[in-house]
Design a protein around this ligand. Structure first.
Ligand code: DGL
Length: 269
């Protein structure tokens, strides 16, 4: 039988994976979670591919040795589209659940055939993303929008800081295309940070579109992979969060506490 006390790791470069944690808790109520924010490496979006891959693999050597999880959810498209295959090859005994841009559901749902993918610069460059478009959206016009600044803006926004509307609009506006009397009708939020700002995007959008948030689909996939154990959590068992910098600021601590996460010490080499 699966060990009920083994936690599920939820991993992101920052706070974006909290959008996935929220859904995962709903679908896996009997499981304990450890949230890992690699804030020392944030933002992943601007890294070169090889150094980022090496960084993630080395970090996982330590994380897996320290926490011995039942499964790992890579709640970060930038990390998974780059290092997902290598993580699975390097750690074959661990179940990794990944995050990829939701291009397939967008292609199935669009009526206009104009779909935009809003992601980090890293994710839009990936061969993985191009392959998804070729495999599932060949009949659509897919615009890839790599935003330099939105992940940082989302970090500020969820901490309660002011983010100027025009700065957000500048990042999001390239998603909106009009062509031959048709308009973009779906924007894929292909970075787990972005759903935190969906309400701002919706308010600023020049016309209404569907904003696809992958969090629930990722949590459903995790539920399928992680055995259901008929045993409730112990009332004293708390989920916790680890920041790789070892020094989350006050607003990050407050945010994580709002998610019911206790802050633990950083993993060291
Ligand atoms: N939340 C991450 C993603 O899904 C990336 C943000 C970043 O580190 O640039 O892509």
């Amino acid at each position: 039988m699966a060990d009920v006390f083994k936690p599920i790791l939820i991993f992101d470069s920052g706070i974006g994976g909290l959008t996935v944690l929220r859904e995962a808790r709903v679908l896996m109520p009997e499981r304990g979670f450890i949230y890992i924010a690699d804030d020392a490496g944030f933002p992943y979006g601007g890294w070169e591919e090889e150094p980022l891959k090496a960084h993630i693999l080395a970090l996982f050597e330590r994380l897996l040795a320290t926490y011995d999880p039942e499964a790992v959810v890579i709640a970060c498209s930038t990390a998974f589209t780059l290092a997902g295959a290598d993580l699975r090859a390097r750690f074959p005994d661990i179940c990794f659940i990944g995050t990829v841009p939701a291009i397939k559901p967008a292609a199935e749902r669009t009526r206009s055939g104009l779909v935009s993918v809003l992601a980090t610069p890293g994710t839009v460059k990936r061969a993985y993303t191009r392959d998804l478009i070729q495999s599932f959206a060949a009949r659509c016009h897919v615009r890839l929008v790599g935003s330099e600044n939105l992940a940082r803006m989302a970090e500020s926004y969820v901490r309660g800081e002011t983010v100027a509307d025009d700065a957000v609009l500048h990042e999001v506006m390239p998603c909106f295309i009009e062509q031959d009397g048709r308009r973009t009708d779906i924007v894929v939020l292909a970075c787990t940070h972005y759903p935190f700002m969906a309400n701002v995007f919706r308010r600023l959008a020049p016309w209404p579109v569907d904003w696809i948030d992958p969090a629930e689909a990722i949590a459903r996939q995790a539920r399928r992979q992680v055995p259901l154990v008929d045993c409730a959590l112990h009332p004293d068992q708390h989920d916790f969060a680890v920041f790789t910098s070892g020094k989350p600021d006050f607003s990050a601590r407050r945010l994580l506490q709002g998610f019911g996460l206790q802050i633990a010490d950083a993993v060291t080499g």
